[in-house]
Design a protein. Structure first.
Length: 450
């Protein structure tokens, strides 16, 4: 057996073992990734002392790129929830679009609200609004619910600063060249919005006629504390989009101003993802905090309460970065790169396929895109002309496909909308697959245009 074939066999056994540990034995993904990394390092011939060192270096590099951004984004989402800003956005869009277009309204609401918050947070935040609208207008539940989860899912899988795209960007920046944050955001919005339209309002109107789901009696709106001074619609949207605007501004400056110019350097500073998110959080302390009557103690409690649940997710993402580092240091990445080069498959298609396979097997979109980025990094490092930003989006598209019973999001949607398992497969699983395929097609089209 050739050395490359042996390395590929090691990688295959490691990935299959990882999938088995997570999907079959329900082992924590962080622990499973550590075990897979140690297996690859030892079996690939690395010095034993270098195996844990390499893993920890990979963890540190990835978390160094994303931990601050994710932590700040979580605080921003908590402030949005506590201030009542999400309800303000929802009510304004519903009034603007009318009852006949509630599905479009909820898709836009989810798309906007989903930018700074995780999928689960956005769902918990907006589900009471869905129940209220369905009860008052007698609209079929799925016609409103599917656009809601489609908007949240698209943003979570494709749009930075969500953990999957950010983790892939960190891995590529370390191993394959610089992926521009502003371009990634711009492309993700260009691809994400039409994808959400197809998987949300269009699919929702179709499937709501095929699968009938009633509103359960217990689905009462969650009562929030009365707030007489909720933020305005304009202020809420501005606060949510502030980090995105700052990062896009930095991209424009990089494209139009000389590198040595002081103005460009200043814009690059405030447009850095960590600084942009910090600025948005500080502004939210006023717009969603002091201006709403919250005390310093209350806002400190909000921040402390929301950061604790993020720890486990960050460990998984970091371990994915450690696994990819060990693959690279053990020369497994080079063997995979040679195999992929011989297959003459587009890196965009390869990235989508790898992420899709891992997603189906493990159920985790974040693990899928992180592992795919580690595998694809050496491939694209030796392949000229690859748009890293589009490759990140292709892997993000692959990481959303075919959510089923091994995915926590599957059960989250099932429980919240009181669906049966077959109903969830017909609705949520099909919707996730539509998102994956439509987003891939749009990525390939945009790659051709660029």
């Amino acid at each position: 057996m050739s050395p490359n074939a042996g390395l590929l066999l090691i990688a295959l056994v490691a990935v299959l073992g990882l999938i088995l540990l997570i999907a079959r034995f329900k082992l924590n993904a962080f622990i499973a990734l550590m075990l897979a990394s140690l297996f690859v390092g030892v079996c690939s011939g690395m010095k034993l002392a270098d195996v844990p060192k390499s893993f920890l270096e990979g963890v540190g590099k990835v978390l160094g790129d994303i931990a601050v951004v994710i932590g700040l984004g979580t605080i921003l989402g908590k402030m949005l929830a506590e201030s009542g800003g999400a309800e303000v956005v929802a009510n304004r869009l519903v009034r603007a679009l009318g009852k006949e277009r509630l599905d479009w309204a909820m898709m836009f609401v989810a798309f906007i609200v989903g930018i700074p918050v995780f999928f689960a947070v956005g769902l918990v935040l907006l589900v009471p609004i869905v129940f209220t609208l369905v009860r008052e207008t007698r609209t079929p539940l799925l016609r409103v619910a599917i656009p809601l989860v489609a908007g949240l899912s698209v943003v979570h899988g494709l749009v930075p600063p969500h953990p999957g795209p950010i983790a892939a960007m960190g891995i590529f920046n370390e191993q394959a060249g610089k992926a521009d944050m502003g371009k990634t955001i711009l492309y993700s919005l260009l691809i994400g919005l039409p994808t959400a339209i197809v998987a949300g309002p269009l699919f929702g109107r179709f499937i709501s006629r095929k699968v009938e789901v009633g509103l359960r009696d217990a689905a009462e709106p969650v009562a929030r504390a009365a707030r007489g001074n909720a933020p305005s619609f304009a202020l809420t949207v501005f606060t949510i989009l502030l980090p995105v605007l700052l990062m896009l501004l930095a991209t424009v400056a990089d494209l139009t101003l000389p590198k040595e110019q002081a103005l460009r350097q200043g814009v690059d500073l405030i447009g850095h993802p960590a600084v942009a998110m910090l600025g948005a959080v500080l502004f939210s302390f006023y717009s969603f905090g002091f201006a709403r009557g919250f005390s310093r103690d209350a806002m400190a409690k909000f921040a402390n309460d929301c950061l604790a649940p993020v720890a486990s997710m960050l460990l998984v993402v970091g371990a994915g970065g450690g696994f990819s580092r060990v693959l690279n240091q053990g020369n497994v990445g080079k063997a995979i790169a040679e195999l992929a080069g011989g297959a003459h498959l587009s890196p965009l298609l390869l990235g989508w396929l790898v992420a899709a396979l891992i997603r189906v097997a493990t159920g985790s979109a974040t693990v899928a895109i992180t592992m795919a980025a580690g595998i694809l990094a050496p491939v694209v490092a030796g392949t000229p002309g690859v748009h890293l930003e589009l490759l990140i989006l292709a892997m993000g598209a692959g990481s959303t496909i075919l959510s089923h019973v091994n995915d926590g999001g599957f059960w989250f949607v099932k429980v919240y909308f009181d669906l049966t398992v077959p109903q969830t497969l017909k609705t949520w699983t099909v919707m996730e697959t539509i998102i994956s395929v439509v987003a891939l097609v749009l990525v390939l089209v945009l790659d051709w245009v660029i």
